[in-house]
Design a protein around this ligand. Sequence first.
Ligand code: ADP
Ligand code: MG
Length: 323
Amino acid sequence: MALGEFDLIEKYFRPPVRRAALGGGDDCALLMPTPGMQLAISTDLLVEGRHFLSTVAPERLGHKALAVNLSDLAACGAEPLAFTLALSLPRADAGFLAPFAEGLLALAEQHEIELIGGDTTAGPLTITITVFGQVPPGQALLRSGARAGDDLWVSGCLGDARLALEVFRGRAELAGEAFSAVREAMERPQPRVALGLALRGVASAAIDLSDGLLGDLAHIRQRSGVGATLWLDALPRSEALEAQPDALRRECLLAGGDDYELLFCAPPDRADAVRAAGLASGTPVTRIGRIEPASAGLKVYAEAHGHEPLDLAGFAGFDHFKR
Ligand code: ADP
Ligand code: MG
């Protein structure tokens, strides 16, 4: 027999809470942030066919839905506290709900963050999560803090999620472990929460990479009123991506979305502090360029091109309404 709305919520989405003053089950949840802290709030919506393929395992989908939200808290240097889940789904199917909740709550547990409420309705599969975090006043990392002369850094590796997507699209071929690894990057991103926290007081600006390096760098450039220089050869990449043809590799590195790495800036005299933050959080960090005055625009250099910057036409960031 199919589960009803309230049975479904009770069964899968009502974990006991320890930190929140009140979890799900009433008209509101109640949070008790540490006194004096600012609340950091972010929402991300995932729609089937747009943000994920119908082939993704429900456990991974649950993980990713929360991961992309935690990634936003990470980019602000906020400590995660709690989240809500608004779920629209075609059927109350235990075969989907059980592993979905498992993936979701496992990542929540890993970050000591609690599901405190939400909404559930029948409809096309969409998942909306809102995360709540806290940050000391004035210490949130913003997109607007970059200054000419800052170094530009990125965490982890770029482009693997896009490479996996291109394999699904039939544009690239990868088999065995190499494919599992890039597929995992696409379906099970690890939000860089610990790095974001370690970068408070170190980074001048930060953003998480969801729409591709150039697109997200454009947001920093716009909010900070700066230009930037990037070194293509310095962009960190996996062996699988390195082995791809030039054009595809470049596309994955510069415009591949869904990386959920942190792109951040710091004055050159904080380079050691950045490396220390990477070590302390167990996250690789790589210097990939420099922030320039706004008049310099954006230039990407590659050794193979000598002193001429690359032609970036066709490398816009992802925009849901411009495709
Ligand atoms: P209301 O009608 O007052 O908005 P609902 O009937 O939608 O309340 O939800 C009942 C309770 O279950 C609320 O506490 C709500 O936060 C919680 N809830 C509903 N859907 C979810 C969900 N997908 N995940 C977690 N909690 C949920
Ligand atoms: Mg409701």
